[in-house]
Design a protein around this ligand. Structure first.
Ligand SMILES: *Cc1c(COP(=O)(O)O)cnc(C)c1O
Length: 427
């Protein structure tokens, strides 16, 4: 893939706060901040390198705690300008960390079980976090059109963020997504294009579009702005630790689509340790996939370093990436931390959605069914320790994937009389 270098008006003056450079994850080669995503030396993925050297731990902690109830409380740790909170954006984040005691009882977890519920974000998925970072990069680089390849949630998050910030948006999705995702992506008034193919086809198309004059000047949040986008997932790590009282959880269960979120949560935890904001102790990261799209868990269980692409077939469409860009890095994180990667069937996903709803009053989308289902399976396999503090991510809202729980509905239909009510056997 050609490395795009877009001439911007502001290259020499980009203000992205503590972000210092882009650094190759494979060979460490550094380049100035810009809308590039692949290393010019080895084609490895670029990620943000920071200069945090000026921070004093206690002063930083105070500054964060006095910050807004959004991801912007962590602006000193993100690739964004210092005054970011004043710019038009959706101010996502600072979602609830729910102590899930009922679910813990059902699953036999005694060490404390929490659900980090990202359905509470402005467009009801975790994607608002990553889009907010990409938006600031797009502003800094002078883009006026926001775009993406999406499994659904990202399209909605880009559409909404673009609407609020005054950008044009044109986003691309597989043509056969859930109705809730399509409506959610279209309602903000941007352009929404269905592609005849799966997500991997959509992504390939977007890579071609970036290299073509037709896509010139476009900020693809998860392609040419991916290094910035990806950093948004670190805020999940920051929030979980701050909400636990500046403490690392022992175990975290995270869904995997491209794998970006999981690897960046690990990056965020590592940063908190280095900055002295949490005590350095071991934690384990667990990845969750649907059996119908399980390239990473398949590689993990086989002991492979290479992730072999699959053709997705699962109801967990938001996670249906058959060729995950960050798959090998996910394997590294799971193995280094002593975690694992596991998958569950569509039937287990639906069961888990119902279990979470019935025990905690949280209605998760299929991705949340994947993490809760995998949590249950990992406990049964003895890979998750029930006596340890465990955080399970719910990254999206069940209202967007209603078909998954089709058949759920009325207990009875009665005439508006007490006799009729008694006849229904509900008294
Ligand atoms: C995008 C998405 C994820 C994970 O995405 P990664 O590509 O692995 O970062 C998880 N859950 C939901 C609901 C998503 O939309």
């Amino acid at each position: 893939m050609a490395v795009q270098t877009v001439a911007t008006t502001s290259d020499s003056t980009v203000d992205l706060g503590p972000a210092a450079a882009l650094s190759c994850r494979e060979c460490g080669h550094r380049v100035p901040l810009g809308p590039v995503f692949a290393c010019e030396e080895c084609f490895g993925p670029l990620e943000i390198a920071y200069d945090f050297s000026a921070y004093d731990t206690e002063e930083l902690r105070r500054r964060i705690e006095a910050g807004p109830a959004s991801i912007w409380r962590y602006a000193p740790l993100l690739p964004v300008p210092a005054d970011v909170a004043g710019k038009p954006n959706l101010n996502p984040g600072w979602t609830k960390l729910v102590k899930a005691d009922n679910l813990a009882r059902e699953l036999g977890v005694t060490g404390g079980l929490y659900v980090k519920d990202d359905s509470g974000n402005p467009t009801h998925s975790f994607k608002d976090r990553v889009v907010a970072q990409a938006l600031e990069a797009a502003r800094a680089f002078g883009f006026t059109t926001l775009s993406c390849s999406s499994t659904g949630n990202l399209a909605g998050a880009v559409g909404a963020a673009a609407a609020r910030a005054g950008f044009r948006s044109c986003v691309f999705i597989p043509h056969d997504l859930e109705q809730g995702k399509v409506v959610m992506a279209a309602v903000y008034g941007g352009e929404l294009v269905g592609i005849e193919g799966n997500y991997d086809d959509v992504n390939r198309f977007c890579s071609e579009l970036i290299g073509d004059p037709a896509g010139e000047g476009w900020g693809f949040v998860n392609v040419n702005l991916r290094p910035y986008y990806a950093e948004g997932s670190k805020t999940l790590a920051y929030e979980i630790c701050e909400q636990l009282g500046w403490r690392l959880p022992d175990q975290i269960v995270i869904p995997i689509a491209s794998g970006s979120q999981l690897t960046k949560i690990d990056k965020g935890l590592q940063e908190l340790i280095k900055l002295g904001l949490v005590e350095d102790r071991p934690y384990k990261i667990f990845g969750a996939q649907a059996e119908g799209c399980s390239p990473v868990s398949t590689a993990f269980k086989a002991g492979h370093d290479v992730v072999r692409p699959q053709k997705p077939d699962t109801i967990a469409k938001s996670l249906a990436i058959g060729n995950p860009a960050d798959g090998p890095y996910v394997l590294d994180v799971a193995r280094r931390t002593g975690g694992a990667v596991e998958d569950v069937t569509d039937a287990e996903i639906v069961d888990a959605i119902r279990l979470l709803a019935r025990t905690e009053g949280i209605f998760a989308e299929t991705a949340g069914g994947v993490t809760v289902g995998v949590t249950r399976k990992l406990l049964a396999e003895g890979l998750l320790d029930p006596a340890k503090t465990t955080v399970v991510l719910n990254t999206g809202d069940g209202l967007k994937t209603l078909d998954a729980v089709a058949g759920t509905g009325l207990t009875a239909t009665i005439r508006p009389t007490l006799d009729s009510f008694r006849e229904a056997g509900l008294a």
